[in-house]
Design a binder for this molecule. Structure first.
Ligand code: GAP
Length: 511
């Protein structure tokens, strides 16, 4: 799995072969940018959700969770700005007929320049070894500084064009930079147009404008419209948060890269309501807090970085992404946004209802400011799957494919395997499952040789396999094998539960 280009393909085929992710409605050749989670994928997804919910909601006294409906009153989306401003600037290449997001073409152009600088730095490290002063090199190397200047110039023009909704300037920038279509190689572009990403449908039996409703493009608005309901019924005091996990829908222009960019996906969002003026303190605190949450998974600190937004969304006064090193390179995994009082104020205006908080300490009413943390569940799934999939050479010259999932997120925590299908071993194995199944998702497996069964469990990421043999019937012991080290040891069946809890409980990540 070392070749990065191939890794995404490996992940996609592994996910399908073992029941993690299937193309949606595949018997009809699938539906673009929609996927179904299979038997193991749903388990992994649920475990990721639990990790998020437990750490964000249940471990914070001042954060509560809700589950709002996907359909909302259509005025919600007028108020939030999505009807007018939830657009992507798109451009078509006239030769390949391929459609692109203009801002993505520009981002990719800048990323290529950045990678050139990284290569210079790598060369420096190789040449000078220990004595290499990276910071100084970055500040003074003429190639690196020239590249930085180029990136800055593109960023400035792009920001100004997008902020002013000047689509002619966006096209001009693409032409000036001589960006070519990756498919046709030509620079024969159409004008840039805005494209609204919301799906709409009709409610009730009568067609017409009045009944047009939208599939929510973010879960956040379900939280905003319930701000007062939750604050009052939960007697919440600022600062406090409302969290939610749920589906969102976007008619993405470029839908590719597997579950990275889908038209139907799931978000895990939290809106943290704070006093006006205190938002930057909380913004920085949540940035730190969320990065820690990611780091606890042990997928490698070097795989995460912050990326400040060049163009702020219509509601934000500060925003950044936590990017992850996906098989396609560093891309957005989570957004952290300081959304000001934009949403609540808009809903006040459009609904004619006050959405304010009385702060007893200040003896004052105000519309709170909001810090939002928003992570795509499917992207998190892809991050974990791609970072965990490994091919290892073993001492005997053979190779194994192993999914080194964080143990507490693995679909099965333990596989119980009778050495043979007779002599009472299957019964003993099932007895063990009957003890463990209340606390751990167990898999029973009696088919094929033990070696093959271990490989199968490695491939689906089961952290422990337990073999029941004839000795087990005599002294109540079994062999337990560790997925990562492949070490085996003999333990008493009575110890199993405590051992598994110590290594696979969610608390190992949360503490
Ligand atoms: N409420 C703020 C919001 O929705 P966003 O940056 O548009 O912000 C938040 O989306 C997160 O949702 C992203 O960081 C990403 O993980 C996920 N996401 C957005 N669009 C997605 C898509 N088409 N497919 C999968 N995940 C997506």
């Amino acid at each position: 799995m070392e070749q990065k280009d191939d890794l995404l393909k490996e992940v996609i085929s592994h996910a399908k072969e073992y029941g993690f992710v299937f193309p949606s409605s595949e018997i009809y050749d699938g539906l673009s940018a929609t996927y179904d989670y299979g038997q193991l994928g749903s388990e992994l997804k649920n475990n990721i959700k639990n990790y998020w919910w437990k750490s964000m909601v249940q471990m914070h006294e001042n954060i509560v969770g809700i589950d709002a409906s996907i359909f909302m009153h259509p005025t919600t989306w007028k108020a939030s700005g999505h009807v007018d401003a939830f657009n992507d600037p798109l451009i078509d290449n006239k030769d390949s007929k391929k459609r692109y997001r203009a801002d993505v073409l520009l981002e990719e152009y800048m990323e290529k320049i950045r990678l050139k600088s990284e290569k210079e730095v790598e060369k420096g490290i190789k040449k000078f070894g220990e004595s290499f002063d990276e910071a100084q090199f970055r500040a003074t190397n003429p190639n690196v500084t020239r590249n930085n200047e180029k990136i800055k110039a593109v960023e400035d023009r792009m920001r100004s064009a997008l902020e002013n909704n000047d689509l002619v300037a966006v096209k001009q920038l693409i032409e000036d930079l001589e960006i070519a279509c990756p498919v046709s190689g030509s620079k024969n572009w159409t004008d840039v147009r805005q494209f609204n990403l919301m799906f709409s449908t009709e409610m009730g039996s009568v067609a017409g404008d009045a009944s047009t409703i939208y599939l929510r493009p973010e879960t956040a608005q379900g939280i905003f419209v319930n701000f007062l309901n939750v604050q009052k019924s939960g007697r919440m005091k600022i600062p406090f948060g409302i969290a939610q996990i749920g589906k969102a829908f976007r008619n993405e222009i470029i839908a590719r890269q597997f579950i990275f960019r889908m038209r139907e996906f799931e978000q895990m969002e939290m809106q943290f309501f704070v006093r006006p003026g205190e938002e930057m303190k909380w913004y920085n605190q949540w940035k730190e807090n969320r990065l820690k949450w990611h780091a606890a998974l042990g997928l490698g600190d070097e795989n995460y970085r912050f990326h400040d937004h060049i163009k702020l969304a219509h509601y934000a006064n500060a925003a950044c992404d936590i990017e992850f090193n996906f098989p396609m390179g560093f891309k957005e995994l989570e957004g952290i946004h300081s959304r000001t009082d934009f949403d609540l104020k808009q809903h006040e205006q459009f609904s004619g209802k006050k959405l304010q908080y009385f702060d007893p300490e200040l003896n004052q009413n105000y519309v709170p400011y909001v810090i939002e943390t928003s992570i795509g569940l499917d992207r998190m799934f892809l991050a974990i799957l791609s970072a965990s999939l490994k091919k290892e050479q073993l001492e005997d010259g053979s190779e194994r494919v192993v999914l080194k999932l964080p143990a507490s997120l693995a679909p099965y925590k333990v596989a119980i395997m009778p050495l043979t299908k007779k002599d009472g071993l299957p019964e003993k194995a099932r007895e063990i499952i009957d003890q463990l199944k209340f606390d751990f998702n167990c898999q029973y497996d009696e088919k094929d040789s033990i070696g093959k069964r271990y490989r199968r469990q490695d491939a689906i990421g089961t952290p422990f396999s337990v073999t029941v043999d004839h000795e087990s019937l005599e002294d109540n012991t079994v062999t337990i094998r560790d997925r990562d080290t492949m070490e085996q040891k003999r333990v008493s069946i009575d110890e199993l539960s405590a051992m598994l809890a110590k290594r696979t409980a969610l608390s190992t990540l949360l503490k």
